[in-house]
Design a protein around this ligand. Sequence first.
Ligand SMILES: [Zn+2]
Length: 181
Amino acid sequence: MRQLSKPFYNPPEGKKMKGSLPKPARSGRKKEFERPDTKGIELCSRCYAAFYRKRWNASLDVIKEIPSNISIRYTLCPACRQAADKLFEGEVVISGIAEKLFNEVLQRIKNIAKARTLKNPMARIIQLESDPKAGTIRILLSENQLARIIGRKVKEAFGGKMDIALSKEESTIRVRLDLSK
Ligand SMILES: [Zn+2]
């Protein structure tokens, strides 16, 4: 596992996260997950996402017509396992955010992520750090596609200069968006 010897982004002093820094996920990491039980229901003990008929659902409530005698097994869903292992697949760093726009940008990011999570419960924000004074927001995501979506949509709404870096050895995307440019 490649560790970030130098963090891609240094949180300002006093804002450092406790414990080790999240790391990019390796390619093929998802193959290491146990095969879920396709006959019964796998229920995530952390977020209550439910695996049924070959797909993850946000909760048991959204599954229609569950047979009454079905087996339910507790597990950790891939996104929660990733978060627990401090792994991420997408990173977005937005800088140069004007103070008066800060909350709007932050809210926009949360809404974009929320909409994506509704479609794919395994795509979500793992960690979000924001610093209004420095004008920066850093988001770590369980899915690289979500990093692209956030970058594109925030750029559409607020402009700025975007760079996307792909890593082959890690299945990770890093998006940087500078709103001051
Ligand atoms: Zn979960």
